[in-house]
Design a protein around this ligand. Structure first.
Ligand code: TRP
Length: 429
């Protein structure tokens, strides 16, 4: 049985925060330790260029995030761990996919639409400040995923639409060229998918409300004491629902600890006490990782080595052979595979024949048709029909894109792709 392939990317455009850890890194590291799972975790540094124009920040963030994953327990011998830009086949695939992706599909992407809406609200041109990088973001992300035919993609809720687009794009490619891609699925862990930040909104670098995962002990304490609460006095019962403090606690505590905390909320725990408890909980989880992190970050060359060797092995095993197949599928082929045409026949070129449906009657009295391609090669052979009219209707159905398998079978040596191409060529005129 092929192992289930799990893949996720993390964009190195900022400092890893608690939300990244609980929502992505921790579940990913756990998954990589399960038997029967092949994991792919990578730094999506090309995606970072869409979010920041600061080269030092991209580099620094790449170092920090790589060190974070290793400190969080990812073992490079148990999971593919690499940097997107070290696998050039991914950007090559992004182009192949762009050529089967409708512009209209990308027009509907939330991130792009949000940029347009903001421009309109500010009486700007709709596309002001929108780069093709932002617009193509979902295509590059689809390439990340489809390159390795991942089955499951753990992401935050905000990325679910991108996964739907990756499926659409994969299906378009498969329809045109044959079944090359697995249709990936988003895996959203509802319990931890989004953590609140200091202000109670989703923790995100864009809201400037993050708690860095490896803030110093003192800084962590300071930040935790700055998390918003309501103004209920000590002794007054507190709501757990909608409490940022409670949600943060829950994301790091065991279910039993969470229940105890819930009871303390009902009993009217003072906010100061709740904050102290959250700080202690976080510190107990983070402190051992922080030590490993500091060691790793002090040796960037070691991390570079880990990333480079991950990418090299991955390219050799998957990316290079797969992109070779995809190039072949799309017609980016070597010319020396073509037959040699004698010089005199080149002088008077034959008009390129069109594919054709040929209808005929056999000795068995039944009516048949076959599809031959432009070179006269048989692609599809029909079954027998009782009347010429029925055979004609089947031909019309095929031209109308209703498929062919209810009416005929591929000729020996003809592939699904040959048949598709012949039908498409017929439909084109
Ligand atoms: N877009 C993701 C984010 O910003 C990062 C990402 C890039 C990704 N490529 C991916 C996630 C492929 C999953 C799969 O969070």
């Amino acid at each position: 049985m092929t192992p289930q392939r799990i893949l996720t990317g993390i964009t190195p455009s900022g400092t890893p925060h608690l939300g990244n850890y609980a929502g992505a890194i921790r579940p990913a590291v756990e998954a990589s330790q399960r038997p029967g799972v092949e994991s792919f975790y990578f730094l999506s540094d090309y995606h970072a260029l869409i979010k920041t124009a600061n080269p030092e920040r991209v580099q620094r963030s790449t170092l920090e995030i790589a060190a974070t994953w290793l400190a969080a327990g990812l073992r490079p011998e148990r999971a593919w761990f690499y940097r997107q830009s070290d696998v050039p086949e991914i950007t090559e695939l992004a182009w192949l996919l762009a050529c089967v992706t409708g512009k209209g599909l990308l027009n509907r992407a939330h991130a792009y639409k949000a940029a347009v809406d903001k421009n309109l609200a500010e009486a700007e041109e709709p596309d002001a400040g929108v780069t093709m990088g932002l617009f193509m973001y979902p295509v590059l992300m689809a390439a990340d995923i489809l390159m390795f035919n991942a089955h499951k993609v753990p992401v935050g809720r905000d990325q679910v639409q991108h996964l739907e687009m990756a499926r659409d794009i994969a299906a378009s490619f498969n329809h045109r060229y044959g079944e090359y891609f697995v249709l990936p699925e988003a895996a959203v862990d509802e319990s931890v998918a989004t953590l609140p930040g200091l202000d109670g909104q989703k923790m995100s670098k864009s809201y400037d409300n993050i708690i860095p995962l490896f803030a110093s002990r003192n800084m962590l304490k300071k930040l935790v004491f700055g998390v918003v609460t309501d103004s209920k006095a000590p002794g007054e019962p507190k709501e757990t629902e909608g409490s940022a403090l409670f949600q943060l606690f829950q994301a790091f505590a065991t279910p039993a600890e969470t229940e105890t905390m819930r009871a303390r909320f009902t009993e009217g725990i003072a906010w100061g006490e709740a904050k102290e408890a959250l700080f202690q909980k976080l510190e107990s989880v983070i402190a051992p990782m922080r030590v490993r992190y500091e060691e790793l970050i002090a040796e960037p060359a070691r991390i570079e080595q880990v990333l480079k060797s991950g990418a090299a092995a991955l390219r050799a095993k998957y990316a290079a052979p797969f992109i070779a197949r995809l190039r072949e599928a799309t017609g980016l082929r070597k010319l020396d595979q073509l037959p040699v045409i004698p010089a005199d026949s080149r002088a008077k070129p034959k008009a390129q024949a069109k594919p054709q449906f040929k209808q005929y009657r056999e000795a068995d009295g039944l009516f048949y048709f076959k599809l031959v391609d432009g070179d006269g090669r048989l692609c599809l052979q029909s079954r027998g029909f009782a009347s010429a009219r029925e055979a004609g209707q089947a031909v019309a159905g095929i031209k109308n894109n209703e498929g062919y398998s209810q009416w005929g079978v591929p000729a020996p040596g003809a592939s699904e792709v040959d048949i598709r191409q012949a039908i498409d060529a017929l439909r084109a005129d």
